[in-house]
Design a protein around this ligand. Structure first.
Ligand code: ADP
Length: 485
């Protein structure tokens, strides 16, 4: 099959979260199965040079607003997948992040930037059909790409099948009604049956309404978003779409995330040769200025520091585990109040708590390897990748039972010693603290902890199964398309 993935980020070119990992890892897995995959994403500043991309074709002025665009092509990585960078310097070549400036304010023209991405995707898909080259499926990810499914549905005739994946329902891409003419939406789009969502236009909703198949990134999250509590206003629509909505568990890129070959570690290790983990642990303590104790359990967190991620629950549990002699490591950035709370804890416990603010890919690898237990105490979590990275690095995770965390981590107490981590139920400091203390109990029992690590490292999280499910979904969506007159 020929598949066009449309997304606002993909490693190694641009990453702010799990979306970037997933787009690339899924593309690689599909290529391995024999499919032809192209990822279309914006040419943010520096990406053309980093990718070594060369001009491929012109797109004219897709939105008709004087924003000429063209596509440059390069290999995405060494997998055989291709990246198409959408160049429109007026919209994408600027300092700061993909969605906002350095101060964290969204770009005021995000409605145009991501309408252009979506419209370019639709234009490419339809042109390829006209040229007989035929893209079979356009797979759009999150609100930034969602309009691609709408443009294709609005323009109809000869379109390929569409799949839309929700990586986080809370990012709804909402804009005032007034932007609709500028993005070329037909007047019928302003309707509760289309883009209208509580008085605004939601790009996310475009994908939920128009894609032939809608997926989200874990089976449990797929159930949660169909309830009034988890659906934040979209649950009725999601229930109405019935069997077209599926939960497909994300995998991880097991080549990038492999302690046996990770260039960030000086001594590689795996379940059969765990000595390198002790080295990684001591090196991390040295690097972060932590006391060089071997008996203190080290808890790690690598996360956006936001309410969603339950960082306040984790900080609430910190005094109890520090009283037990634990050490804490946090890498992340996000809401100023939570950043400050982390920094204050580090100031209060020198040598025991280390906090690094910001985004640091290499340090994140060293934390997955160099800590003993890993926290993902999210209030909600569509899938979550870090608990899977932690397991692969022999660092049992402590997670809340929600979304993909519920689908990937087994509680070691609840399974009478057959688990891969620790799971708590309620989003409260008490429940989180209890799980952290239970984890310390396991850490202090060397035989139990070693067995827990082995089970965690033995779990398979690669993309093989899920890429197969996506492929079946693509075929299903394409078959549906053929039935439409
Ligand atoms: P989300 O996409 O909601 O942020 P995920 O767990 O799906 O959560 O993915 C987060 C990704 O971003 C993981 O690959 C994680 O390792 C990475 N990450 C998060 N914060 C940082 C950070 N401060 N430095 C390096 N990597 C980070």
């Amino acid at each position: 099959m020929r598949i066009l993935q449309v997304a606002s980020e993909a490693v190694p070119l641009c990453k702010t979260g799990g979306l970037a990992d997933v787009v690339t890892a899924l593309s690689e897995a599909l290529v391995e199965r024999g499919d032809e995959v192209t990822v279309l994403m914006p040419a943010y500043r520096g990406t053309i040079a980093r990718a070594g991309a060369t001009p491929a074709f012109e797109l004219g002025d897709p939105l008709g607003l004087g924003h000429a665009a063209r596509v440059l092509a390069a290999p995405l990585d060494d997998s055989g997948a291709t990246v198409h960078l959408l160049q429109c310097d007026a919209l994408f070549d600027r300092p700061g992040g993909p969605y906002g400036d350095e101060a964290g304010h969204d770009w005021p023209d995000n409605h145009l930037r991501f309408a252009l991405l979506a419209r370019a995707a639709a234009q490419i898909a339809l042109a390829s059909a006209a040229l007989g080259g035929s893209i079979d499926v356009v797979h759009a990810h999150d609100w930034q790409a969602a309009l691609a499914t709408a443009y294709l549905a609005w323009w109809g005739v000869g379109r390929p099948a569409t799949v839309f994946t929700v990586h986080n329902l809370h990012f709804t891409g909402r804009f005032p009604q007034a932007i609709l003419p500028a993005i070329g939406a037909p007047s019928s789009a302003w309707s509760p049956a289309d883009l209208e969502f509580y008085g605004e236009a939601s790009y996310l909703k475009a994908g939920l309404v128009h894609a032939d198949r809608v997926t989200t990134v874990s089976p449990t999250y797929a159930d949660e978003i169909r309830t009034p509590e988890g659906g934040i206003g979209f649950d009725g629509l999601l229930r109405w779409r019935g069997d077209a909505v599926r939960g497909v568990l994300n995998g991880i890129d097991t080549r990038t995330w492999d302690p046996a070959s990770d260039p960030a570690l000086s001594i590689p290790y795996d379940a059969a040769h765990p000595a390198g983990k002790r080295d990684a642990r001591a090196a991390l303590q040295r690097e972060l200025g932590l006391d060089p104790q071997t008996s203190a359990p080290i808890f790690g967190v690598v996360s956006r520091l936001t309410w969603q991620k339950g960082i306040d629950l984790w900080l609430g549990g910190a005094p109890a585990v520090l009283a037990e002699g634990a050490q804490l490591v946090v890498l992340g950035s996000g809401e100023p109040g939570l950043e400050q709370a982390c920094l204050s804890l580090a100031a209060a416990y020198p040598g025991r708590v280390a906090v690094r603010r910001g985004y640091d890919e290499a340090l994140s690898h060293r934390i997955f390897a160099g800590t003993d237990l890993f926290g993902v105490p999210s209030r909600f979590e569509p899938c979550g990748l870090t608990q899977m990275y932690a397991m692969r690095y022999g660092t049992p995770p402590i997670v809340r039972r929600t979304g993909g965390l519920a689908d990937t981590v087994l509680d070691d107490d609840a399974t009478y010693g057959a688990g891969t981590g620790f799971v708590f139920e309620l989003p409260t400091v008490e429940a989180c603290t209890d799980a952290m203390l239970r984890a310390i109990g396991a850490f202090r029992d060397p035989g139990r902890y070693a067995a827990l690590q082995r089970r965690a490292m033995g779990r398979r999280h690669d993309w093989t199964a899920s890429a197969g499910i996506y492929r079946d979904l693509y075929l299903e969506a394409a078959a549906d398309r053929r039935r439409v007159p």
